[in-house]
Design a protein around this ligand. Structure first.
Ligand code: ADP
Ligand code: MG
Length: 818
């Protein structure tokens, strides 16, 4: 701040008046903009503060909004006014600074005075009412997103330290956190001036420990008097053969609350000492009841046995001291009743937001499609089998959706080989017979080509026309398929993401189906849905074979309905899975020779190498050369994504017809490929694959009635790899495997980078809180069903809280992974 803003005193007066006026407005009083004085004050601040304060433009924007606050909807207006108040307060501080006013913080001396005054981050005046918080600390907290006491309440400790008991030095164990006590024996400072180190040796009888501070600019050796009793807390380690605690918390006087209880430990806020943070948060926590209401309806809380919000927000910062071992364990892993309440809330508001979004979408119209009651049998007959019970159910659910004038948004989830293609065919048939076009989008050309091979002849028998539209097809056939799609003579367009290019214009798209939808982004899915006509939206069916655990699916696809194929077609024999070491590879290949001898077929999948397709291809080529020598060149095929389309067709086609017995390939066959005569899957370097991926690959076999085998050749020296592979060997249940994957790797990595859009949570952990998520979803949807716009029955606070969370960025985090 430059110290010479001309009309400082006048600005300060204007500020005081304005803040008063806004407080009245917030409390429900009259409209502040009606007062000429307010207008005059605002314009003064707008003009005069330009040069003096970085937030001037924000004040200007605020003043502009205040010109006509009546145009804002009620709730928004409050938000704007509250924001204005914060701005004005920050401006007031800037002026104080300019006038040279001091700060009443008592930061630890270690925090060096900042060389330049830091820019002021606006904050809520309530922060200043917390113990030990002055404008500077408030501004620093605010710059970390902690701009109000409520923000502090929701800022949970990173962990808890049980500092209730003082452990004698003799009993300390390196690697554990502890509180201990001794008398100061020696104090030593050493090292260069800018990086002083401090060592304090504490002694208790025969035992000693040193407390060490490294790289400190101003070590406070004067705090330690030889002979004085000192309590220190921190992580015990061994340093140069002696017990030490590095950078411990030190307690000298009496009555300190940093030991003797279970202490919450917070993330660091630059420029604010740890104990100042603890004090401020603790103070806010004691006032939780004044700071927050509880918008979640009582009856829901009672039904779920959840704690009141204010009590929970108090307890997470001030955990009770008298917890037993079991409850302590719950605290430490984040599942104490207080913590559960906050997790529930997080999920609950996300589900509310998703539910509201769905309801908005429901205003969009779709062309209703009526389907005959025997639709499932019809589709089954065309493919040559009777539908499973699960397939029937799914088709019925889809048929009911299609018949409505609102667009279907449905996820069909079914394990590999559960028969999703038949369900897709049934839906497409209904659309085509109802006079609409359908589109089926697959993630790979190999899979699109397979769908074309399977479905085109079926449709042709019904005098319906399917066209293939993929990126690499020769341009003449591309032009043909485009023309047929545009003229409406194509009833079903099968293709890859090429289908969503702008050049593709459907005459009357009524149904979009996305196969293996986890391979697509949300925008691609929406791209297809955007191709409806006359303001209608096509119905959407997305199918996934990657088993998403239900808990995850609910957050990722909370705005989709679900159909589940939980039953495999009859006559399948379980796939026998075995794990082999590299030097046993020959034994596996012997078994492959036996299978080929019986007229069956084998996949050999080569390892994923460092995310580089080029290297994957090289590995496949080498394996192909080797196996061709063994099985004969004519009977050994090579398939990977870099082959030109004709060679790919030749390899895949040859395998489908049974001419090729051994198909050496990369992960291009991971999804969708269906050759029932193939009974053996060999996966090289299996430790390099993810669990979900291995399960998908294994799903390429076991599709016929003959027994199938899956052989994993792997290096299992790392315990994680061994655990993963054992999970695969131990079960064929895709859902169990997905849950195991979630446990072993965490949700962020479940589907690798492709699915990096999975939501992250502030409080919730899908591995731990699956049940809470289900409750939250059920409760949120139930509430919306009874009160769709949250306006009745005292639900308005819920709406406000939802808005607060969305503004604070805790709304539905990210989009669905798509
Ligand atoms: P998904 O896409 O779910 O992995 P597919 O649709 O490719 O599975 O079906 C796997 C195999 O099972 C295919 O060969 C298919 O013809 C066959 N199939 C599907 N449904 C049935 C059924 N009801 N009865 C017998 N075979 C079926
Ligand atoms: Mg499939």
């Amino acid at each position: 701040m430059t110290g010479s803003t001309p009309d400082l005193a006048e600005m300060a007066r204007a500020l005081r008046r304005l803040r008063g006026a806004l407080s009245t407005a917030l409390a429900g009083g009259e409209d502040p903009s009606a007062s000429p004085q307010v207008r005059a004050d605002l314009s003064l601040l707008r003009g005069a503060s330009d040069a003096a304060w970085a937030g001037a433009d924000k004040i200007a924007a605020f003043a502009a909004a205040m010109e006509d606050p009546a145009s804002l909807p009620g709730v928004n207006r409050k938000v704007v006014i509250a924001r204005g108040q914060r701005l004005l307060l920050a401006l007031a501080m800037a002026l104080d600074d300019a006038a040279g006013a001091g700060d009443r913080d008592d930061d630890e001396p270690r925090a060096e005075p900042a060389p330049k005054p830091a820019p002021i981050t606006p904050f809520d005046a309530g922060l200043l009412e917390l113990d030990g918080v002055g404008p500077k600390t408030a501004s620093r907290l605010a710059s970390r997103g902690l701009a109000s006491p409520v923000d502090l309440l929701y800022w949970l400790p990173r962990r808890y330290d049980d500092r209730r008991r003082i452990t004698p030095i003799r009993e300390l164990v390196p690697g554990a956190r502890a509180v201990t006590r001794g008398s100061v024996e020696r104090v030593r400072e050493f090292g260069p001036r800018w990086r002083r180190m401090l060592e304090v040796v504490l002694r208790d009888g025969d035992d000693a420990i040193s407390a060490n501070w490294f790289s400190n600019r101003r070590p406070r050796s004067d705090r330690f008097e030889v002979g004085a009793e000192v309590v220190v807390a921190g992580l015990v380690s061994r340093y140069k053969g002696r017990l030490q605690i590095a950078h411990p918390i030190v307690v000298t006087g009496e009555g300190n609350d940093r030991v003797g209880r279970i202490v919450p430990v917070y993330a660091e806020v630059p420029g604010v000492a740890g104990r100042v943070v603890e004090k401020a948060v603790g103070c806010a926590a004691r006032r939780a009841a004044q700071l927050v209401g509880d918008p979640v309806p009582r009856d829901l809380l009672a039904r779920r046995g959840l704690e009141p919000l204010d009590r929970s927000l108090t307890l997470v910062h001030l955990p009770p001291d008298d917890v037993g071992a079991e409850l302590l364990a719950a605290w430490l892993e984040g599942s104490s009743p207080a913590q559960r309440r906050l997790v529930y809330d997080e999920f609950f508001y996300i589900q509310l937001a998703l539910g509201l979004r769905r309801r908005q979408e429901a205003a969009v119209r779709a062309v209703p499609i009526l389907a005959p009651a025997d639709l499932a049998d019809d589709a089954g007959r065309l493919l040559g089998f009777a539908p499973t019970g699960a397939q029937r159910r799914a088709v019925a659910e889809i048929a009911a959706d299609l018949a409505r004038g609102a667009p279907m948004r449905r996820l069909l989830q079914g394990d590999v080989g559960s028969g999703k293609t038949m369900v897709a065919l049934a839906a497409a048939l209904a659309a085509a017979r109802g006079g609409c076009q359908a589109a089926l989008m697959a993630p790979t050309e190999i899979l699109a080509e397979q769908h074309m091979r399977n479905l085109e002849p079926v449709l042709r028998r019904l005098r319906l026309r399917a066209v293939l539209h993929i990126g690499e097809a020769r341009s003449s056939s591309r032009r043909k398929s485009l023309a047929a799609i545009e003229a409406g003579t194509a009833d079903l367009a099968i293709g890859t993401h090429a289908l969503i290019q702008e050049s593709v214009r459907f005459a009357r798209l009524g149904l979009a189906i996305v196969d293996e939808q986890h391979r697509f982004g949300v925008s691609q899915r929406l791209g297809l849905v955007g191709k409806g006509r006359d303001g209608t939206s096509p119905h959407l069916l997305v199918m996934t074979a990657t088993p998403i655990p239900r808990t995850l699916a609910l957050t990722v696809h909370g705005d989709l309905d679900f159909s589940i194929l939980d039953e495999l077609p009859p006559g399948r024999t379980p796939i026998a899975t075995s794990l082999w070491a590299h030097d046993e590879r020959d034994l596996v290949l012997d078994r492959a020779r036996d299978a080929v001898g019986r007229g069956e077929q084998v996949y050999v999948v080569c390892p994923v190498i460092e995310e580089s397709e080029k290297l994957d291809v090289r590995a496949a080529e080498e394996a192909h050369a080797e196996l061709s020598a063994r099985f004969g060149a004519a009977r050994t095929g090579l398939l990977h994504g870099r082959l030109p389309p004709e060679q790919r067709d030749a390899a895949m086609g040859g395998f489908v017809r049974g001419e090729i017995a051994v198909l050496v390939t990369t992960t291009v066959v991971e999804v969708g490929v269906d050759v029932p005569n193939a009974t053996m899957m060999i996966i090289e370097d299996a430790q390099r694959f993810g669990l979900a991926q291995l399960h998908q690959l294994r799903g390429r076999v076991g599709r016929g009635e003959r027994p199938s085998e899956c052989h994993l050749i792997a290096d299992t020296t790392s315990p994680e790899a061994a655990a993963r592979l054992e999970a695969i060997v131990g079960t064929l249940d895709g859902f169990a495997i997905a849950e195991a994957d979630l446990r072993l790797r965490g949700p962020g990595e479940l589907y690798g980078r492709r699915q990096s859009g999975l939501p992250g949570f502030r409080f919730g952990d899908l591995r731990r809180d699956g049940e809470l998520l289900l409750w939250a979803r059920e409760d949120a949807l139930g509430l919306l069903a009874a009160d769709p716009s949250l306006e009745r029955d005292g639900h308005l606070p819920l709406r406000e809280e939802l808005r607060r969370r969305i503004e604070a960025g805790d709304g539905p985090v990210g989009e669905e992974a798509g």
